[in-house]
Write a protein that binds this ligand. Structure first.
Ligand code: IFM
Length: 470
């Protein structure tokens, strides 16, 4: 077994003990890599619009060109195969497939994903489709966006356009990527497209994203003519209290409520958590639930995608000793643990991944899990050949994969790990400043150079798949 100096021998053994069936993937998303935003009938998404808002994105950068993957797709797929990775999770751009978000499919847009799927299958790489990774057609935002109920129905229609075309060859489907980000970063905090700051709208968005997921899941299930795996991907972490005080424990409970339980409770138990509903009522917010919605949202799932980057500790007291913010809402302050951080300033805490997976398995049993994203941005320093010896990223991947293996040993049914990301790419409001890729992209030449982390990851995948004999 290949080891890395960043692992203890116990961690190396954990990774070596993963079963040959464990899936080793890489993930990307459409707006972050494709470019070609005006090609072949694609119309604007909320991110095309948001990138043009002064100050919204570092250096005013956009996804107009990104990694030019739209034109370099065959080479990028060959790279995945060469690295020895077995699954490629990509997202479909809604405004490419259904410009404007309504009506019939755009044949040229669908054709791109059709070619991508064929290219992957031809190279022995399993395609994994994410239907929505944040690029809502601008026209749907103009009509109210995710806070409007109709958007859920528009999403299900769009999902079926893609499903009808690709499900003869694609088995694995994720409806939404990280609805917390779509709702909270997009509608409450204004940090992501569409840049709104309206807490009530954000909670309406939460419900309509989940409704859209449920509607799409029901329709895909009914239409499937071959075995499919249907799921949703959530960005999750653990939320611990800084101290045992009542205030800190309440802050951690609220963070867990709005970060994890408000998604997993309706998806798995068919109800919103009572404490979250009470907390929201205290803020004058009611989820726009109609009769029958929760049955739709809790439609059976085949797997849960978990995206893990870090975990948090919460205090109910701010740095000035106050327990309420300027709006009179109780404080939830993330308190650093003092751990090493990535270039995003996110603390590196693989133990949180083990704890999270064990907890999900306990509270929401019976649902296989795949880590659909995990990875880290660091300030890479390429040598004169463009090679990046990214010990930090390699260690991040290795310790998090070991954390997954530890969770499996504790009984969690985790079936795969997908590194975020295949390529350096457009990191949303951070533009191109933050590099998450295991493959370096030179944005001047669009050259791709696998980093050390990519070589380690692919080599490890090969060895585990072959039962240690490769
Ligand atoms: O780049 C993002 C991705 O689009 C969604 N999950 C988190 C990643 C890193 O921030």
């Amino acid at each position: 077994m290949t080891t890395t100096s960043h692992l203890t021998s116990a961690q190396s053994d954990l990774i070596a003990g993963l079963p040959p069936s464990f899936r080793w993937g890489v993930a990307t998303s459409a707006y972050q890599i494709e470019g070609a935003v005006r090609s072949d009938g694609r119309t604007a998404s909320i991110w095309d619009t948001f990138c043009r808002v002064p100050g919204a994105v570092v250096n005013g950068e956009t996804g107009d060109v990104a990694c030019d993957h739209y034109h370099r797709m065959p080479q990028d797929v060959a790279l995945i195969q060469d690295l020895g990775i077995d699954t490629y999770r990509f997202s479909v751009a809604w405004p490419r497939v259904q410009p404007g978000g309504r009506g019939p499919a755009n044949p040229a847009g669908l054709a791109f994903y059709d070619r991508l799927v064929d290219e992957l299958l031809g190279r022995g790489v399993d395609p994994w489709v994410t239907l929505y990774h944040w690029d809502l057609p601008q026209e749907l935002e103009d009509a109210g966006g995710w806070p409007a109920r109709d958007t859920a129905y528009r999403f299900a229609d769009y999902a079926m356009l893609v499903f009808d075309r690709l499900s003869d060859r694609v088995r694995s489907w994720t409806t939404l990527n990280e609805p917390w980000c779509s709702a909270m970063l997009g509608y409450a905090y204004g940090a992501h497209a569409p840049g709104r700051r309206d807490f009530t709208a954000a909670l309406q968005a939460v419900h309509h994203l989940l409704l859209g997921h449920g509607l799409a899941t029901q329709r895909m299930r009914a239409a499937a003519t071959r075995p499919v795996e249907l799921g949703i991907t959530l960005n999750l972490g653990t939320a611990a209290a800084e101290t045992d005080s009542e205030l800190d424990r309440a802050a951690a409970r609220r963070a867990d409520g709005l970060g994890l339980r408000i998604y997993l409770d309706p998806l798995r138990h068919g109800r919103y958590p009572a404490d979250v509903v009470t907390d929201l009522a205290a803020r004058g917010v009611e989820l726009p639930v109609r009769p029958g919605d929760l049955e739709i949202i809790s439609a059976p799932l085949d797997l849960l995608g978990v995206n893990y980057y870090t975990s948090h500790v919460f205090s109910g007291v701010d740095e000035d000793g106050r327990t309420e913010d300027a709006d009179g809402n109780p404080v939830e302050r993330a308190v650093p643990r003092g751990l090493p951080t990535t270039a995003m300033d996110w603390e590196i805490f693989p133990e949180g991944l083990t704890d999270l997976l064990v907890r999900i398995s306990r509270d929401y049993p019976g649902l296989p899990i795949v880590i659909t994203e995990s990875g880290a941005a660091f300030d890479d320093r390429p040598d004169e050949t463009g090679f990046v010896r990214d010990d930090d990223r390699t260690a991040y991947l290795a310790t998090h994969i070991a954390a997954v293996a530890a969770a499996r040993q504790a009984g969690a049914d985790v079936r795969g790990y997908f590194a975020w990301s295949l390529l350096d790419n457009f990191e949303w409001a951070y533009g191109y400043d933050k590099r998450f890729g295991i493959v370096r992209v030179d944005y001047d030449t669009q050259a791709r150079v696998p980093k050390q982390s990519a070589l380690w990851y692919g080599d490890t995948a090969r060895r585990v798949r072959s039962g240690g004999s490769a």
